[in-house]
Design a binder for this molecule. Structure first.
Ligand SMILES: [Zn+2]
Length: 192
């Protein structure tokens, strides 16, 4: 799933009406599993000047980068973090943060066909190939893409009154507008 969808969905799932400060930890937990991908993109594009095609066709799949991605998407490691946060430290913040990472991994598990992570790193190399993909047209991408946007819109309507700052509310509206617009653009391009 796209990063913005993870953010909105996870905050909606983990939001508690009387504890808006937890939104911030849900936010960080939702973004963190995708962060190494941005690092990869920036390092390869701007520092190593790798052509975009090579970037996604081969560089992405090198062992070093894959391990770097896996570290932030490893369910066993996240479970350890959750255990430490919940049982040892009794920290609601760390617990929400770890839950948010877990929910991110769950939705990625369900929506990646041949570009999934090693979810059980470092215990196993197993990669689940979901029958559906959030982007790949050979695997229902055309069906999943509008559903993802619709789900995010509904989650946003639920979340909006729970957000306390203007910045967060405007951010939520803006992400939805851009996300829906990107889909319309996609439709037009297919027609054209
Ligand atoms: Zn992800």
């Amino acid at each position: 799933m796209t990063t913005q969808s993870h953010v909105i969905l996870n905050i909606a799932f983990l939001s508690k009406r009387d504890k808006p400060f937890l939104h911030c930890y849900a936010f960080i937990g939702a973004v963190l599993p995708d962060l190494p991908m941005f690092v990869f993109f920036v390092v390869e594009t701007f520092i190593r000047k790798t052509p975009q095609r090579e970037l996604w066709d081969s560089r992405y799949f090198t062992e070093a980068w894959q391990t770097f991605f896996d570290l932030f998407n490893a369910i066993p490691l996240i479970l350890i973090l959750l255990g430490i946060g919940y049982y040892l430290l009794n920290s609601e913040k760390i617990t929400v943060f770890a839950w948010s990472m877990l929910i991110h991994c769950f939705f990625d598990f369900m929506t990646h066909h041949d570009d999934g992570h090693h979810h059980f790193f470092p215990l196993s190399d197993f990669v689940f190939e979901s029958p559906i993909s959030y982007w790949d047209e050979d695997h229902y991408g055309r069906v999943v893409a509008p559903i993802e946007r619709l789900v995010i819109l509904v989650a946003s309507i639920y979340l909006f009154p729970r957000l306390k700052t203007r910045l967060a509310r405007w951010g939520l509206v803006l992400v939805n507008v851009l996300f829906l617009a990107s889909y319309l653009l996609l439709l037009f391009r297919r027609r054209g």
